[in-house]
Write a protein that binds this ligand. Structure first.
Ligand code: SAM
Length: 349
């Protein structure tokens, strides 16, 4: 039965009775297909490299740097000078969040109507703006809503599957809205999630307003059967601080980052890898993803530059990412690519 969320009558709260179901909401996809994860391996192509010690930078080359910068950042810098990394993230998070809460089909219809109107009146500079907005909305509609490439629950479940842990404590560094830690917590329940982001907006808005009705496919510990989990069922603590200030020891079973490593030039990559080791139990798992270097990702970051390009950013392939992780002192247990990211599960050597 589809149960209504009491505080918001138009939000449906999905349950186990909806297994097998997928549906497009105005701003994201619901995907309850394959709840037992049996056929999920097709979403990660693993084991391209058998011996990481044999790979060198000469073999794999360096990542591609995205150089187009968001207009809002360029304009801010005209008045204020160089934008700090933290302020850049604050710009990014506000801008990116706006896209997750859009009624995409509604805005696309409006944008196309504007385009027609401006065109019929020969208002060419407005035509150009409306055209840009229509292209961005169409791309977002395809990438996030239709393909579900940003959250990619099936790819993430394939990456996270089969870990040897019970009731894990999970640390999510640079958590933003916290999606992947919620997916992990649903799959490995009974423990605790600590999300960390130094931008308070991530706690209040990106995570705070993440839809409570969104169904994560996970497991019921008591019955070992698939179940549907929601944000408000979860044991989550959100810390607003710099990762560099965290007081924790080696106490987490999983240390997770999603889209973090590629924002640091090579001279800082070691520091980021150290963060993944510093808080991890010796037999814990470091799980990382970074955006893939592929033509469609280059096009995505070019077209979405004003929405997303506030910080240093690289696109890398799985061999380049793996080499950073291996050189950072980790053994790689699983590697491959999901829809738009590379994914690695590793353990400190
Ligand atoms: C690119 S985002 C992660 C991708 C995320 N899944 C998203 O949808 O935006 C990286 C996040 O890390 C945070 N961050 C970057 N450096 C940090 C640091 N030193 N300490 C805490 N948070 C940091 C940023 O504020 C940002 O929210």
């Amino acid at each position: 039965m589809i149960e209504m969320v009491p505080e918001n009558r138009d939000q449906i709260r999905y349950s186990e009775e909806n297994f097998g179901w997928t549906e497009l909401k105005p701003n994201y996809r619901i995907d309850l297909r394959n709840p037992s994860n049996d056929d999920i391996d097709q979403f990660i192509n693993a084991n391209m490299v058998s011996d990481w010690s044999q790979l060198s930078w000469k073999d794999v080359g360096k990542p591609y740097e995205v150089k187009t910068v968001a207009k809002s950042k360029r304009e801010w810098e005209k008045d204020h000078g160089d934008m700090s990394v933290k302020t850049s993230w604050e710009f990014f998070n506000r801008s990116f969040h706006d896209w997750f809460v859009k009624d995409v089909p509604g805005e696309l219809t409006q944008s196309k109507q504007n385009l027609k109107k401006y065109f019929s009146r020969f208002q060419m500079s407005d035509v150009k703006k409306a055209l840009g907005e229509t292209v961005r909305l169409s791309l977002w509609n395809y990438a996030h809503r239709i393909e579900d490439g940003v959250w990619d629950p099936r790819g993430k479940r394939a990456l996270f599957k089969g870990l040897d842990i019970d009731k894990p404590r999970i640390l999510f560094m640079g958590a933003a809205e916290g999606y992947e830690a919620m997916q992990l917590h649903a799959m490995y329940p009974g423990g605790e999630v600590v999300m960390v982001d130094y931008d308070e907006f991530c706690k209040t808005d990106r995570f705070g307003l993440f839809p409570e009705s969104y169904p994560f496919l996970g497991i019921n510990r008591a019955t070992n059967q698939p179940r549907v989990c929601h944000k408000d069922d979860m044991n989550i603590h959100y810390v607003v601080d710099d990762i560099r200030n965290l007081p924790f020891g080696k106490e987490f079973d999983i240390v997770l980052s999603v889209g973090l490593l590629e924002h640091f030039p090579d001279e800082y990559k070691h520091e980021v890898m150290d963060w993944h080791r510093k808080f991890l139990k010796p037999d814990g798992y470091a799980i990382m993803t970074t955006p893939r270097h592929q033509l469609k990702s280059r096009l995505f970051y070019m077209i979405m530059a004003d929405v997303m390009n506030h910080t240093y950013r690289e696109l890398m392939d799985i061999r380049q990412m793996g080499l950073y992780v291996y050189e950072g002192g980790f053994d790689i247990l699983r590697h491959g690519f999901i829809k738009v990211h590379n994914g690695i599960v590793a353990r400190p050597r």
